[in-house]
Unconditional design. Structure first.
Length: 154
C-alpha cells in the first residue's frame, strides 16, 4: 500500500491547542479584581476532579494554568487619591459632548457592559493623568474628552 493512503492517527491532523494568551505588560489588579481571580482559581480547582473526558480535562487544566498564572503575577494596586485619573478610579467625562462614566481596572476585571475598562485600553490611556476640568485628545481629535469628576472606585 502506498504511504499516501496510510493513516497513522487522527492526532496528526488536529490543530494544536496553545496556551491561553496572557495580556502583555503588568498584571495590575484592584482588590476586587484579585478576589475575582482567586475565586476563579478556587472554582476551577474544585471542579477539576469532576471533569470527565480527555479533551475536557485538557481544556480545564489549560484554563486553570491561565488563571493560576494571573494570580501569581497579580500586582495589587493601592487605592488612588482621586485627584488625577489613575488605575482604580471612576471617571465621569464628556466624550464628544456625551456624558460617560468608566472605571479603570485590570484586564481580567474589565467588562465594557459594566463600564469597567482595562487600564491599557486607548480611552483609559487618554484619560490617565488628567485632572477635573482637563481636556484630552482621543481618537485623533483634539480636546475630545472633558474630565468632569474623579473618585476612587470603592
Amino acid at each position: 500500500m502506498s504511504v499516501a493512503f496510510r493513516r497513522d492517527s487522527d492526532e496528526e491532523h488536529l490543530e494544536p491547542r496553545f496556551e491561553i494568551p496572557l495580556p502583555p505588560g503588568r498584571n495590575l489588579v484592584t482588590p476586587r479584581g484579585l478576589e475575582l481571580i482567586a475565586a476563579r482559581v478556587a472554582e476551577l480547582e474544585t471542579g477539576l476532579p469532576l471533569v470527565s473526558g480527555e479533551d475536557e480535562i485538557k481544556e480545564a487544566k489549560r484554563t486553570l494554568r491561565y488563571w493560576r498564572s494571573r494570580l501569581a503575577t497579580a500586582e495589587p494596586m493601592p487605592s488612588p487619591a482621586g485627584d488625577k485619573v489613575a488605575f482604580g478610579c471612576r471617571v465621569d467625562f464628556l466624550l464628544g459632548g456625551k456624558p460617560r462614566t468608566i472605571t479603570l481596572v485590570g484586564h481580567d476585571e474589565a467588562d465594557t457592559a459594566a463600564n469597567k475598562l482595562a487600564f491599557t485600553a486607548p480611552l483609559a490611556r487618554a484619560l490617565t493623568g488628567a485632572e477635573v476640568g482637563d481636556l484630552a485628545d482621543f481618537n485623533g481629535q483634539a480636546d475630545a474628552i472633558e474630565v468632569l469628576k474623579i473618585e476612587p472606585a470603592g
